[in-house]
Design a protein around this ligand. Sequence first.
Ligand code: ARG
Length: 406
Amino acid sequence: MSKPRVVLAYSGGLDTSVAIEWMKEHKDVDVVACAVDVGQGVDDLDEIKQRGLDCGAVESVVVDAKAEFADEFIAPALKANAMYMGKYPLVSALSRPLIVKHLVRVARETGAAGVAHGCTGKGNDQVRFEVGTMCLAPDLDTMAPIREWGLTRDASIDYANERGIPIPIKSKESPYSIDENAWGRTAECGILEDPWAQPPSDVFERTVDATDAPDTPEEVVIAFRNGLPVSLDGQAMPLAELVATLDARAGAHGVGRIDMIEDRLVGIKSREIYECPAAITLITAHRDLEDLCLEQELAEHKRAEEGRYAQLIYNGLWWGPLKKALDAFIDEANRYVNGEVRVQLYKGSATVVGRRSADSGLYSLEMATYDEGDQFDQTLAEGFVKLWGLPLKTWAARTKAHGEGL
Ligand code: ARG
């Protein structure tokens, strides 16, 4: 009789490489390795596929999901200007639901009984993998070998050496725990665990230090259609390509470094370092264009929903009903977010220096101008102010009648 199968989210790194052997040994299962390319800059998909087999998987699957990640995960997050705690563009939180989707698909295709991930018990990713699986495939089991096993890094390396599991060179070198995709790069552990310690320069890969950035600013013009970027400097390109191109350009100016204390869902405060050049530049530009194109009540309500939206993604609820309902609102709100934004990249910042919309902006020069051509009827303001202030005027009179007030 063949053993039950489990599809493991495989990164090619140390933890998931040893997890394959451990699950075989301790869970008596066959492991299908599934690596998903979400733009983490993987060396070579074929190589990862082979590594999965070399580490003992019965089958190894690789998925190029770069376009899907951009179109179905980055796109809605950008429309929502999604930033957890107002700072973190949800890099890892966005990729997990996509990885889950493919794990479940592969589980169905290979007749697997469950899926597995290589997260520890201290982070948010375990929640995202498992709750995501509950949503997409409530009948599948989930396994968390690393959490269950509780190995230290050194012990993992020993375990691998004892069993002849090939260890990826990179994992021996980096003192940090890194997760990376098209929307950014995250770093934790090592010296970063001291929140007072300035991050050493070797933490960073996608951004230069602002002090080393070019002395000349660079401008990029980003065009949006229905709230999504469609071209850079007039050159149309698919979202995945646009994000990658902008990431390199903005990163070269030191844009997108984030150093924060973060509230994890499991109750821990952690110190996190992020590099998100494209995400920060695009959200900055998109927000600005919304200010030009959204009616004010809608704009205000959208700002309130954005925090909620970011939080639910952070908390692993991507595949739940609230996300879907909020998407409907956010899509509707973005219907007329059309136009161009000029962004200046300079010494660590992305600054909007101009915006325009040929057909969807609500800015009216005739209304705004203090010069010739003013169409704003100032005589209407008098009555407006009186009515606007009427409730307070009434209240103030009562306050006075009671002998209170200034
Ligand atoms: N703290 C971030 C989050 O929860 C980053 C997590 C990075 N994950 C990792 N396995 N290194 O989204």
